[in-house]
Design a protein around this ligand. Structure first.
Ligand code: ZN
Length: 44
């Protein structure tokens, strides 16, 4: 019984239920895009 999960993408040890950073990267990019969009609207 493992005390941690292993990221199938990079092999990092993660706590049970925790997501690896390599998976958050994509989400962050999306978030940044949304922020940029908001900025544009605010600017205009
Ligand atoms: Zn990973």
């Amino acid at each position: 019984m493992p005390y941690y999960n292993i990221c199938p993408h990079c092999g990092s040890h993660l706590d049970p239920g925790e997501r690896c950073d390599c998976q958050d990267k994509g989400q962050e990019s999306e978030r940044q895009e949304a922020a940029d969009k908001k900025k544009e609207v605010k600017s205009a």
